[in-house]
Design a binder for this molecule. Structure first.
Ligand code: SF4
Length: 226
């Protein structure tokens, strides 16, 4: 498994926001979202192989009770289940951050943190856009993930017009508990985050969703590995 980076930080988003966590970012993502904040992890070779022992050592050298596996897109990595079994300790809480484009059964995962990609994430015209549009929304995979794992759904909102698409998505997922649905502003920089936060909060108040922080943007303003 190619690991792009590992770092110790606090979870910035969703129900575990503020919890000190070890992040392991796997290399490779096919979606190429326009506003992705980890473009440096897109290539499947953007990193190096770490042994399970090296990763365990890194986790153990910090307060590793909370492990976040992110990307890239972890769910498309071959061998994810066996790799995770090797690196996650029995008493650790494991979050997997995913766009929800693929289902993998039987993962050592306590929270499947799913961020389905809306049309606002489409890259500019070209081959990347075609692949993005073909893969970004897989309702069958989303249903399986939600049925198999404890989950949260995090939607990235760029403008109020995204709300219709979010509700269309939820209409196709009738068993989703709205208390598990988070909206968060599309922002890579602190200023954009602050400008959009009130708009997203109003949508949450109106629709009964939860407002998710993006503490990493607020605190570190787009710096890598924080
Ligand atoms: S799915 Fe996530 S990692 Fe992949 S391009 Fe989109 S934002 Fe970036």
């Amino acid at each position: 498994m190619i690991v792009n980076e590992m770092f110790y930080s606090v979870q910035g988003e969703g129900r575990l926001a503020g919890v000190p966590s070890v992040f392991v970012r796997l290399a490779g993502c096919p979606l190429r979202c326009a506003w992705c904040d980890s473009k440096y992890a897109w290539s499947e070779t953007a990193g190096r192989k770490y042994s399970a022992g090296e990763i365990r050592e890194f986790i153990g050298s910090h307060d590793g009770r909370f492990l976040v596996v992110t990307g890239g897109e972890p769910m498309v990595r071959p061998g994810l289940k066996a790799w995770l079994d090797g690196v996650a300790g029995a008493d650790e809480h494991v979050t997997i951050e995913t766009s929800g484009i693929e289902f993998v059964d039987g993962l050592r995962c306590d929270l499947m943190s799913i961020s389905p990609k809306l049309a606002n994430s489409a890259p500019p015209n070209g081959p990347a856009r075609a692949e993005h549009e073909a893969r970004r929304f897989d309702i069958a995979a989303l249903k399986q993930l939600i049925a198999a794992y404890d989950y949260q759904l995090k939607f990235v909102v760029d403008s109020e017009t995204d709300l219709g698409e979010i509700n269309d998505c939820l209409a196709k997922l009738p068993n989703v508990d709205r208390d598990r649905v988070y909206l968060m502003p599309q922002a890579q920089r602190r200023q954009d985050y602050l400008e959009k936060m009130a708009m997203v909060a109003e949508l949450c108040k109106r629709e009964g969703f939860r407002l998710s922080s993006r503490l990493q943007v607020l605190m570190w303003d787009g710096q890598r590995g924080k």
